[in-house]
Ligand binder design. Structure first.
Ligand code: SF4
Length: 94
């Protein structure tokens, strides 16, 4: 279960690490889009106002092969797909 009261405040892509192969776009089509240039996916939406968007960005962070997507939570933590927490929270949403 997704923790009561926990919110995802924002996310960003480490463009120095990103490989531009777009697994994240497949996982988060409402938030991210393909980008002709290198330097990370195009960020379409930054307002994470529902659990479907939470699920999308968590899946994108989890799918990223180089953990280039960082997610900041309302408890002050910042996680990438490198840790277990992103996977665990994603699974809690379905
Ligand atoms: S999945 Fe990761 S490496 Fe691939 S385009 Fe997205 S942010 Fe970049």
């Amino acid at each position: 279960m997704f923790p009561e009261g926990l919110k995802i405040l924002r996310f960003w892509v480490d463009t120095d690490t990103c490989l531009d192969q777009r697994s994240c776009v497949i996982e988060a089509p409402d938030l991210l889009a393909d980008h002709q240039a290198s330097g990370g996916p195009l960020i379409k939406v930054t307002n994470l106002d529902n659990k479907d968007k939470y699920h999308q960005i968590l899946n994108a962070a989890w799918a990223c092969p180089v953990s280039a997507i960082n997610v900041e939570f309302s408890d002050g933590s910042v996680e990438s797909g490198a840790g277990d927490r992103i996977k665990s929270l994603s699974e809690s949403l379905g």
